[in-house]
Ligand binder design. Structure first.
Ligand SMILES: [Zn+2]
Length: 170
């Protein structure tokens, strides 16, 4: 039914927007055709106010949509919520583009800098420019700084960027 987005992606987005409760709520919404706030609260044991809050967050990010109809017995309006498959895809694409831009700027940073490290796991690596300032002594522990190979980070970033670019192209 929701072939455009896989479950894992959907759960990730639900978690970012609504935390653990968001994941519980989205897991139920995607398993049914339509559902009300009350039914969601009952099935998840999450308070109605919280369910509503999470749903509106999802709604504002185009993750869900709602349909309003009048209850024949009470005459009140009832909202039925459901996943919004088309807009989800647009949302996921937008998120991937954002991640891609972040990874690309990380890669540029890795490529444009040389890094140095003292070898102690508690200390961070520093750039060549900063290492010059401390005459190649670690600013934290004072030990001598050695060049640090960042090939692995570069490989990782290039691989991730390639994956996302292929996903966005398909
Ligand atoms: Zn150090």
């Amino acid at each position: 039914m929701y072939s455009s987005v896989n479950d894992e992606t959907l759960d990730q987005i639900a978690f970012i927007l609504g935390g653990e409760e968001g994941v519980q709520i989205i897991d139920i919404i995607k398993s049914v055709e339509e559902i009300t706030v009350e039914e969601l609260a009952e099935k998840t044991d999450i308070q109605i106010n919280m369910v509503r809050k999470v749903l509106y967050k999802f709604y504002n990010h185009s993750l869900v949509t709602s349909r309003r109809f009048r209850d024949k017995e009470t005459g009140w309006f009832i909202f039925q919520w459901r996943l919004q498959p088309n807009l989800i895809e647009a949302y996921v694409t937008g998120m991937k583009q954002k991640i891609l831009r972040k990874l690309q700027s990380r890669l540029r940073y890795e490529l444009q800098h040389e890094f140095y490290h003292c070898g102690n796991s508690g200390c961070s690596r520093i750039t060549f420019e900063d290492a010059m300032d401390t005459v190649f002594k670690c600013p934290v522990c004072g030990e001598a700084l050695k060049p640090l190979d960042n090939e692995a980070s570069i490989d990782f970033l290039e691989r991730k960027i390639g994956e996302i670019e292929r996903e966005l192209d398909s």
